[in-house]
Design a binder for this molecule. Sequence first.
Ligand SMILES: CC(C)(COP(=O)(O)OP(=O)(O)OC[C@H]1O[C@@H](n2cnc3c(N)ncnc32)[C@H](O)[C@@H]1O)[C@@H](O)C(=O)NCCC(=O)NCCS
Ligand SMILES: Nc1ncnc2c1ncn2[C@@H]1O[C@H](COP(=O)(O)OP(=O)(O)OP(=O)(O)O)[C@@H](O)[C@H]1O
Length: 220
Amino acid sequence: MTSDPLPILGIIGPPCSGKSTVAGILQSRGGVWINADVIAKEQLGEPEVIEELVALFGAGILGHNPQLPDSSRSEPSLSRSAIANLVFGDDEESVRRLRQLESILHPRTRREIERQIQQSNEIADHDDRLKLIVLDVPLLIESGWDARCDEVWCLKISPDRHAALLAVRGWTSDELTRRQRRQLSWSEKEARSTRIIENDGSLDQLERQVIEGLSRLLST
Ligand SMILES: CC(C)(COP(=O)(O)OP(=O)(O)OC[C@H]1O[C@@H](n2cnc3c(N)ncnc32)[C@H](O)[C@@H]1O)[C@@H](O)C(=O)NCCC(=O)NCCS
Ligand SMILES: Nc1ncnc2c1ncn2[C@@H]1O[C@H](COP(=O)(O)OP(=O)(O)OP(=O)(O)O)[C@@H](O)[C@H]1O
């Protein structure tokens, strides 16, 4: 007998705001973490995607991953930073290039997310340790995934705390701004979320909010 499908919890928040930390806490409590950024990055390694993007943006987006062994350095690979520089500018040409990139990656990412959702439910039929699916999709609302979610949690972080976390990652505020202008405003995303998770405190305070939210979600 097929059991009810797992509840789906969407997680959104600015880059470096604590989404992966929240997803990790949920994963240790029966959450299956589906990470769209990781899936999109994997698609960028597919030969047909590389070919299509080089044809669109030129060979300047090819890069070599120095951390890879020599044997695989002969394989062409894409430089994500070179692509970011082409698509996150505030000029019309950058906007057009981002839409072209999305038109290639989003259908593939959507298919893979659906596959992982289905696979998680099939596993959950035989393994009651799985309690929910955590859909970590930065553009969850922009791409309509929120319609598939039972709840959406939005990370909220003060500018000072955010700047401190971004600095550790080596991101300037410009890096953040150029991505943000291609997304809905955070006030709009918060308004369309079920729960706001404040992340200006300690990791323990973050974990307590997550555990409280999870018990409410699983009790409904
Ligand atoms: C342009 C790319 C190659 C840059 O790679 P990079 O390693 O620098 O990305 P990085 O992981 O550091 O940053 C990802 C963050 O950028 C932002 N972002 C990514 N894509 C987009 C987009 N299409 N529109 C707005 N913001 C975006 C999100 O906040 C995301 O969390 C990559 O972001 C990408 O492939 N984007 C297009 C696919 C996509 O829309 N991915 C979002 C998954 S929902
Ligand atoms: N409350 C906190 N206290 C201390 N460190 C934190 C806290 N929340 C997050 N961090 C740290 O900040 C960094 C960014 O967190 P995390 O990777 O979870 O953000 P993210 O939103 O998933 O980032 P991205 O989506 O850009 O990958 C990590 O090193 C994480 O350990």
